[in-house]
Design a protein around this ligand. Structure first.
Ligand SMILES: [Zn+2]
Length: 245
């Protein structure tokens, strides 16, 4: 997911370096090493933890992070939100969708409208602009799915983490900024749910079929269980069986 590239000017740049709000370039020494947190590392031997350290060194938010903070008029612990995605046991397709959503990179009808390819109205309800928040949270399509999932998430948070979910909308859209490892089951459920909301919306848009809510909920639960079983997370699987069986 993270591409480090060596430019001709012998600098290592991070993916957001061209972005005005995130301008970080690390100087590559003549012996092809970088200094990260005081340690000298050859650029061919960079490990994931080094890349994470580079991100921790960034001085300001990514544009997408600032956009979410403007929407909700508050700040978030972004390192925890990004870690939540990595730590979750969701399928790759669900993680990718979540990542795109966090980056505001989903081609919603609203986004298509801005480039002249849509009327901007929601595919499902045809009454509101289809923004990311509308698509994944406020729309009747999303609400129909979340209403059977949110009680599970709330119950898991209270019973297993002693943590109360105060704002379900923010948690469901961004994932938790609580402990990413402890919340990996909750985040797995959240990411898989959004994947099903997206699927249901696309089936309606392209095939004019509305997948029955019961069918979607059943498939979603099967997918979460299957994912945890496949990932050999037996403790999480046992936990989820209490709620979904
Ligand atoms: Zn809608």
């Amino acid at each position: 997911m993270v591409n480090l590239e060596i430019s001709s000017r012998k600098y290592v740049t991070t993916p957001g370096a061209r972005n005005a709000e995130f301008n970080l370039a690390l100087k590559l020494h003549n012996d092809n090493t970088l200094t990260i947190n005081g340690k000298s590392i050859h650029y061919m031997e960079l490990k994931l933890k080094n890349v994470i350290n580079i991100y921790k060194m960034k001085s300001s938010n990514l544009v997408c992070e600032t956009k979410w903070e403007r929407i909700y008029k508050r700040t978030f612990k972004w390192d925890k939100i990004w870690q939540s995605q990595i730590k979750s046991k969701a399928s790759l397709k669900a993680k990718q969708l979540h990542w795109k959503m966090l980056h505001h990179a989903i081609f919603t009808e609203h986004k298509l409208n801005l480039i002249g390819y849509s009327d901007g109205l929601c595919t499902f309800c045809k009454s509101q602009r289809e923004t990311v928040i509308h698509l994944f949270w406020s729309c009747i399509n999303a609400k129909a799915i979340w209403e059977s999932i949110i009680p599970v998430i709330e119950s898991l948070a209270i019973n297993t983490l002693n943590y109360e979910i105060l704002d379900a909308e923010m948690i469901c859209l961004l994932g938790t900024d609580f402990y990413p490892i402890k919340c990996k089951l909750i985040n797995t459920i959240i990411m898989e749910t959004k994947w099903f909301i997206w699927n249901r919306r696309n089936t309606y848009k392209h095939e004019k079929r509305i997948l029955p809510k019961v069918q979607v909920s059943r498939s979603l639960k099967q997918s979460i269980k299957g994912q945890l079983k496949w990932q050999n997370e037996s403790s999480l699987f046992t936990e989820i069986k209490k709620y979904f069986v």
